[in-house]
Design a protein around this ligand. Structure first.
Ligand SMILES: [Cu+2]
Length: 171
């Protein structure tokens, strides 16, 4: 044995702290209880204080965050457009898209709903949009990292959905 482990020391410190708190709570029960009126009035005061504090915090949080709320604003669709057509069970993709430029994927489907999910070389999902029949979804993007990007279907579309993949290069 070469001394007590940090886990044991941590446990003993926490146990001692809990004992101190328990003893302090037990001491308060020695005094006769406060009357209901006193307790209720203090409780209502506390509750009112919390309500106003939370309301103020909510107003501040909304004022800070609402201006950058993305919904209701249309993204700018400037830049080179690339057509993406999904179908059971493959993607028609541009082989190469440019890095460092604004581009727009115009995504549609030949048959059923699919997902168009773009994964970078680390396997992170960086963007996705639905591929829908008779409808074109525009996905504006700007690739800052060159490389090989994999596309996976993100919506169950049939028996071979799990194998539905594509790829393109960013150069
Ligand atoms: Cu699918």
């Amino acid at each position: 044995m070469n001394g007590a482990s940090p886990v044991l020391i941590g446990f003993l410190v926490a146990a001692a702290a809990i004992l101190v708190v328990m003893a302090a709570i037990a001491r308060t029960t020695i005094e006769p209880p406060e009357t209901q009126a006193v307790v209720t009035s203090a409780g209502y005061q506390l509750r009112k204080g919390w309500l106003w504090a939370l309301a103020a915090a909510a107003v501040v949080a909304l004022a800070i965050s609402l201006p950058s709320f993305p919904y209701g604003k249309s993204a700018t669709l400037t830049g080179q457009h690339f057509t993406v057509i999904a179908s059971q069970y493959s993607f028609e993709l541009p082989p190469v898209v440019p890095a460092g430029k604004n581009i727009v994927f115009d995504v549609t489907s030949k048959d059923v709903n699919h997902g168009f999910g773009i994964y970078d070389e680390r396997g992170h999902l960086i963007a996705q949009v639905q591929a829908m029949p008779d409808y074109v979804n525009h996905l504006p993007l700007r690739f800052s990292v060159k490389g090989h990007y994999v596309v996976r279907c993100l919506e169950y579309c049939g028996i071979a959905h799990a194998a539905m993949q594509g790829a393109f290069e960013v150069r």
